[in-house]
Write a protein that binds this ligand. Structure first.
Ligand code: FE2
Length: 259
C-alpha cells in the first residue's frame, strides 16, 4: 500500500498548491491513500468544515491535526461526526474528536494516529504511553499504522520513532514546517522522517509574512500574522508499506514548487 503524506498545509496558498498538484502527484506516485496535516489549512490557523470538504474534493482521504486544532471554533461543530479526521490522541479524556481511527481503503484496513509532542509545547498526556494504549486497542485490527507526531523537538520525534520501531508502519513528524533530510527506514522496519515540512508560501517564515515574524522578534509586541503570498511549495513523503507485515518498504521525501 502506498501513501502520500503532505506536510502542514498553510492557508489558501497551501490549499491551492494541493489542488493544482495533487492530480499530477497521483499519476506520478500512485498513492492508495493521501493523508494531509491540515491544522493550519484555514486562514493559517485551524480547520473549518468547508476547508476539510475542499481537501476531500481535491482527493485527500484523511486529515491529521496538531496544536492549532481548536483555533477555528467551527471544528467543535463537526469533529465528532467526522470519520476522516484525527486530532492529537494525547489530549486529556473528554476532549472532542478522536486521536486515532481505523478505516478501510481498497479493501485494506489501516490506522492513522495523531500525537502531539510535549517539549516546548502544551503539557498533554505522555505521547509514548498514549501510543502503548492505542496499539493495545488496534493490535488485532490492522498492522498498517501511520503515526503523525506533531512536535517541536527533534529529539522527542526521534525517540518516538525508535520507541515505535517495528510496531507501526511509519512515524512522520510535522509542525516545524521545515522538511528534514533524514527520511529512512528504522532497523525494525518503521519508516521515519523528523519533519515532512510545510505546504504553503515558499518566501515566508513558516508560511507567515516575513515582516510579521521579524517585527515580533524585534519588539515582542503582539501583532497579526498574515499568510504570505507568492510562489508556493508542497512538502510530502511517499511511503510504501508491505500489506502483510505492515512494515515500511520505502520512504522518500518530495518537494514541489508552483507559482
Ligand atoms: Fe503545529
Amino acid at each position: 500500500m502506498r501513501f502520500l503524506f503532505i506536510g502542514d498545509i498553510v492557508g489558501r496558498p497551501g490549499r491551492n498548491i494541493v489542488k493544482s498538484m495533487l492530480p499530477q502527484l497521483k499519476v506520478e506516485c500512485s498513492p492508495d491513500v493521501v493523508i494531509v496535516n491540515a491544522e493550519n489549512a484555514a486562514g493559517g490557523n485551524g480547520l473549518t468544515e468547508q476547508v476539510a470538504n475542499e481537501l476531500y474534493n481535491d482527493g485527500v482521504d484523511f486529515i491529521t491535526l496538531g496544536n492549532h486544532v481548536w483555533d477555528k471554533k467551527d471544528i467543535l461543530d463537526f469533529i465528532d461526526r467526522e470519520e476522516r479526521i484525527v486530532r492529537p490522541a494525547n489530549y486529556p479524556p473528554g476532549t472532542p474528536g478522536k486521536g486515532y481511527k481505523v478505516f478501510t481503503k481498497n479493501n485494506i484496513k489501516l490506522s492513522v494516529i495523531n500525537l502531539q509532542g510535549r517539549v516546548y509545547m502544551q503539557a498533554l498526556e505522555c505521547p509514548f504511553r498514549t501510543m502503548d494504549n492505542i496499539l493495545a486497542h488496534i493490535a488485532n485490527q490492522t498492522n498498517i499504522i501511520i503515526v503523525d507526531i506533531h512536535a517541536e523537538a527533534t529529539s522527542e520525534k526521534m525517540a518516538l520513532g525508535y520507541y515505535l520501531d517495528g510496531k507501526v508502519s511509519a512515524v512522520l513528524g510535522t509542525h516545524t514546517h521545515i522538511q528534514t533530510a533524514d527520511d529512512k527506514i528504522l532497523p525494525k522496519g518503521t519508516g521515519y522522517i523528523t519533519d515532512v515540512g510545510m505546504t504553503g508560501p515558499y518566501e515566508s517564515i513558516l508560511g507567515i509574512k516575513k515582516e510579521n515574524i521579524i517585527a515580533r522578534f524585534l519588539t515582542h509586541m503582539p501583532n497579526r500574522f498574515e499568510v504570505a503570498t507568492g510562489t508556493s511549495q508542497l512538502n510530502a513523503v511517499i511511503l510504501e508499506v508491505d500489506n502483510v507485515t505492515g512494515k515500511a518498504v520505502s520512504i522518500e521525501r518530495l518537494q514541489k514548487y508552483c507559482d
